[in-house]
Design a protein around this ligand. Structure first.
Ligand SMILES: [Zn+2]
Length: 217
């Protein structure tokens, strides 16, 4: 366990060097077939998380994002489509994000960073946290928010909730959210500053639960 921090730092640097969650883009005619087909099992799992967060009927599809820089796990991992009057009700996730959500749901207890003893395990936890964050992040875009720093912060505060909806215990879910904060979010200040804010903290402007001092859950 003593190795944990240096290992985490190395892994985190590898993953966050080019991390960008996703921005938003207009719906295009070429999106038609993907948006029209029925949701797969993986897509239904992602939709269930997004719908619980947004309390809206939203559609999630796993496939190409249609933007440069889409790459797993160190590029754009999800995108929300916007029409002329706001969100079109669709988010697209890279297939790897969807597969990761299924893996997490099949064994949430295996993604507890406290149990990791090597970098391979920590990398698996990072990918799970990043996949869950992709869904929570896109969920706030689906609600119409376009400010990336705010969306990223709100998404991080919802990791624990999404993780519990995927079957994790509250303890593992909160640990995973804390892991995202310390090992991934903190790097955004320099790696992707548009996704970072000094107000994303306990008591900050972006704190969704100002009366609670548990952070970021
Ligand atoms: Zn975004």
């Amino acid at each position: 366990m003593r190795l944990r921090l240096p290992l985490v730092a190395l892994v985190a640097l590898a993953l966050t060097a080019g991390i960008a969650q996703a921005t938003i883009r207009p719906v295009r005619a070429a999106d038609g077939p993907l948006l029209a087909r029925k949701a797969t099992y993986e897509e239904k799992v992602a939709e269930s998380v997004a719908q619980r967060l947004t309390r809206k009927h939203v559609n999630v599809r796993c496939g190409p994002l249609g933007v440069p820089g889409a790459r797993w796990p160190n590029g754009v991992s999800g995108i929300t489509l916007f029409g002329p009057s706001g969100p079109a009700g669709y988010a697209l996730l890279l297939p790897e994000v969807c597969a990761q959500l299924i893996s997490f749901r099949s064994a949430p207890g295996a993604y507890d960073p406290r149990a990791c003893t090597d970098s391979e395990c920590l990398f698996a936890v990072e990918k799970a946290a990043f996949a869950i964050q992709t869904v929570t992040h896109e969920s706030y875009h689906l609600l119409g928010c376009m400010n990336e720093a705010k969306v990223e912060c709100y998404g991080m505060q919802s990791i624990w909730y999404a993780a519990t909806k995927l079957g994790a215990s509250v303890e593992v879910a909160q640990t995973l959210a804390r892991f995202y904060l310390t090992e991934m979010y903190s790097h955004r200040r320099t790696s992707t500053p548009a996704y970072w804010s000094a107000e994303c903290r306990d008591g900050g402007t972006y704190d969704l639960r100002p009366s609670s001092h548990s952070w970021p859950s």
